[in-house]
Design a protein around this ligand. Structure first.
Ligand code: ZN
Length: 295
């Protein structure tokens, strides 16, 4: 009993040592796992966060995908609201000549106005902003050459440079004409092949023509306006080599003269906000069609 008790005691002691060793080993292993786990815990926390964040991450990457799936994702559009509402206060500045390759031309002009006093510059800015909103929803990056945020201009050479430096996929300069009463309708102005001085439009003639044709079709469809009855022989298209904004462009670019502000019927259109929304939609549709290769 005592022997067995001693033996029992020894066994108990051995068992206790074994137990303690096991426990100690277990603790050490556990501790080392915890150490690893310490880092591991952090990694695990990060993994858990990532896992937790992963639906969000995939949702946001999903949003990214959604954004990437938008028709104009990755496209840069520059809209150029013609003139500037306060150009008239800066005659000296806007009359300064700038080099357009073929000639020296005034930095900018005041633009025309309706009889009621609605200025072309107000019209161009309003329609450009409306078109911008539509294009942004389609995923495009849209830049305006001026947003009513400067005293005058920009000069026509700077307007071109803004599109060039943005590496724009398409640029549309928005205008309305000032012609005789009875002259009505819209026309799109496309660059001629100009290679003179600092102007070289040869690379943009063909894509600008495609842009112009798309713009014409969609502007007509949205507004119901007819092509100009006084410029372009009823085609709604005109090629020019005397516009700095086109001569100095290195990216596809056209102008649109949306109507004749001096004609009462066309003036009724341009002064109507609903018509301007349709004009903006037509411009945005034309740009979209061109950028999607439909134009
Ligand atoms: Zn104009």
């Amino acid at each position: 009993m005592s022997t067995s008790g001693r033996r029992g005691g020894v066994r108990w002691f051995a068992a206790a040592v074994a137990l303690i060793s096991t426990a100690l080993a277990g603790w050490l292993v556990g501790s080392s796992q915890r150490d690893a786990g310490g880092g591991g815990t952090l990694h695990q926390a990060i993994r858990q966060r990532s896992a937790a964040a992963s639906p969000a991450a995939s949702a946001s990457s999903g949003q990214g995908d959604d954004k990437a799936a938008l028709p104009l994702a990755g496209k840069v559009v520059v809209l150029d609201p013609g003139h500037n509402v306060t150009n008239y206060r800066h005659t000296a500045e806007i009359n300064k000549l700038v080099n357009i390759g073929t000639a020296g031309k005034a930095c900018d002009t005041t633009g025309t106005a309706t009889d009621s006093g609605y200025a072309e510059a107000e019209y161009t800015l309003d329609v450009s902003r409306r078109a911008r909103a539509i294009l942004v929803k389609l995923g495009a990056v849209v830049k305006l050459t001026q947003n009513g945020d400067r005293a005058f201009g920009p000069c026509i050479d700077e307007r071109a440079r803004i599109g060039n430096e943005a590496h724009a996929d398409a640029v549309v300069s928005v205008h309305a004409d000032g012609s005789a009463v009875g002259n009505r309708g819209f026309h799109v102005i496309m660059p001629a092949a100009v290679h003179q001085g600092i102007a070289d439009t040869r690379a943009i003639v063909a894509p600008s023509r495609r842009l112009g044709i798309a713009l014409k079709a969609h502007f007509a469809a949205m507004t119901g306006s007819a092509p100009s009855n006084y410029i372009g022989g009823g085609t709604g298209l005109k090629v020019r080599n005397d516009l700095g904004g086109l001569n100095l462009s290195t990216v596809p670019k056209v102008f649109i003269e949306c109507g004749n502000m001096r004609d009462p019927q066309d003036a009724a259109h341009v002064t109507d906000a609903k018509w301007r929304q349709r004009a903006a939609q037509g411009i945005a549709d034309g740009i979209t069609a061109f950028l999607e290769g439909r134009g």
